[in-house]
Design a protein around this ligand. Structure first.
Ligand code: GLN
Length: 494
């Protein structure tokens, strides 16, 4: 059995450049794994086999013809809320079960222009609403470390596919933690960049003032390769920011040459993020990781942030409010699911929406519509917007005293599929990740060990605006001296 699937992005790029293997061999090998393993994992909704093989052949031909793009022919896969021309884009919903996008999301084009080849579209919670990937119309995704457990969500398919070595890297989106929490549950690295860094054009909206795409990989370096390809200003997204994209891969390599790469780094540790609700084993694993950071030369400083419970309430008011407005376009008229034999227009709207959306999406639309309705708007929506500002100000104050902030990514490790948690118990799992989205900050989650059941634990590092390079280099410094990111589940090794 070939071990091509365990190679990092850099190793694949080198192997392709040295002609150790072709993109076609690499792609065929991974498609074979997907064919065998996706039955158990359910991480892919669509596998674009023919298209991927065509692209791999084309990449090999271009390389032979002198094309020197380093990433030419490196495989990856996209979360299924990213529009891909001519390919099914379901957003994990029955509402879009038949939606073939007529255009590519800007980031999909960017990734292809860098030379990457897409193997298909990855499972997710419906419309990116969820934390466990059990809310997908296409069924639950299974965690490669323990198939009876959730991979996290909403980008659970992306995290599971990378953790199971079906693809070296994958895209995801993060509105309240949907990259970082599944990265934590699946024992891989995942980064959500600063709001405005990656174009949202062609990424199906959940909550537009929070949504941001990012990357998954086994290491910070792998994440950097993909994020760099995805990022950049786009005139088609009015919230995209015209800022140069630094060479994060080069930044990581430069930081490796330092004697003590983290000397002088101040890591803020918010007391409020270590309170009730944090699992003991997660807490002790996080403390051990922080001690490792100190050993690398960093200093820990106590800081204070808005209580995560207040942050959680603010998010679960504003995000559903935006969702209720964004999702009004799915009315059964222009595209997507349409109910059978509507009596009249009202019946068409009502039944298409109640048959096309799952229970969690309907819950969010109802919560959001309530918060925006006359009489409640000032008391809920406007109030929450004001609290959002205070939360962002608390982060800004904290960054006066530290360079990065460290917290647990999630209060627990991966739970059982079908564990009948109430919606609010599930929402509580997002307490440590959502503040970042309210403030538009970049953050990364990386693996730092395992609990007694052998399930991965993640650490979240939060940076100030535009500090993705710092987050990636700091994580890389940790990964240079630890092995947690190299641990593979039996499935990933198989
Ligand atoms: N789990 C959070 C939610 O359900 C975040 C989802 C996301 O980041 N897309 O809203």
């Amino acid at each position: 059995m070939s071990n091509l699937h365990t190679l990092s992005v850099a190793e694949i790029a080198t192997g392709l450049a040295n002609k150790d293997f072709s993109s076609l061999e690499m792609t065929t090998h991974l498609l074979g794994r997907i064919d065998t393993l996706n039955k158990d994992l359910n991480s892919f909704i669509t596998v674009t086999t023919e298209q991927a093989l065509e692209q791999a052949k084309a990449a090999d031909a271009l390389r032979a013809g002198g094309d020197t793009r380093a990433l030419l022919g490196v495989p990856m896969a996209h979360k299924d809320n990213l529009c891909t021309q001519g390919v099914l884009t379901t957003c994990g919903s029955k509402m879009l079960h038949n939606f073939v996008s007529p255009y590519n999301a800007t980031l999909v084009d960017n990734v292809a222009n860098a030379g990457f080849i897409s193997l298909g579209k990855l499972n997710m919670d419906e419309f990116a609403m969820g934390s466990d990937n059990e809310k997908s119309y296409y069924g639950a995704v299974h965690n490669p470390w323990d198939l009876s457990r959730v991979p996290g969500g909403s980008s659970g398919g992306s995290a599971a596919a990378v953790a199971a070595s079906l693809v070296p890297v994958a895209t995801g989106s993060d509105t309240g933690g949907s990259i970082r929490q599944p990265a934590s549950f699946c024992g891989i690295t995942g980064i959500k960049p600063t709001y405005g860094r990656v174009s949202r054009y062609g990424m199906i909206a959940y909550a537009s003032s929070f949504d941001q795409a990012g990357s998954f990989g086994k290491s910070a370096l792998d994440c950097a390769y993909l994020l760099q390809a995805m990022s950049g200003y786009d005139a088609k997204d009015s919230t995209s920011i015209a800022k140069d994209v630094p060479d994060w891969v080069a930044e990581i390599h430069a930081s490796r040459t330092a004697d003590k790469p983290l000397a002088g780094l101040k890591i803020g540790v918010p007391t409020e993020y270590f309170g009730a609700g944090l699992n003991d084993e997660v807490s002790s694993t996080v403390k051990a990781a922080l001690a490792q950071y100190e050993a690398l030369g960093a200093t820990l400083v106590d800081i204070h942030l808005t209580s995560p419970e207040i942050t959680l309430a603010t998010y679960y008011l504003l995000a559903p409010a935006e969702a209720s407005s964004n999702l009004s376009r799915f009315d059964g008229v222009r595209f997507g699911y349409r109910c059978d034999n509507p009596k009249d227009l009202q019946d068409l709207y009502t039944r298409s929406r109640s048959e096309g959306f799952g229970a969690e999406v309907q819950r969010r639309i109802i919560m959001g519509t309530y918060a925006l309705s006359a009489g409640y708007f000032d008391a809920y929506y406007v109030k929450a917007q004001k609290v959002r500002r205070l939360i962002a100000e608390d982060f800004a104050k904290a960054f006066a005293d530290c360079d990065v902030i460290a917290t647990p990514t999630a209060p627990t490790t991966a739970y059982q599929i079908g564990a009948s948690l109430t919606p609010s118990e599930i929402y509580m799992g997002d307490v440590y990740t959502i503040g970042v989205n309210l403030a538009g900050l970049p953050a990364i989650s990386h693996p730092i060990g395992f609990d007694k059941q052998g399930l991965p634990v993640g650490l979240q590092l939060i940076g100030n605006h535009w500090q993705e390079g710092k987050l990636l280099s700091v994580t890389d410094a940790y990964q240079q001296v630890t092995k947690f990111h190299q641990e593979l589940s039996d499935i990933a090794k198989s």
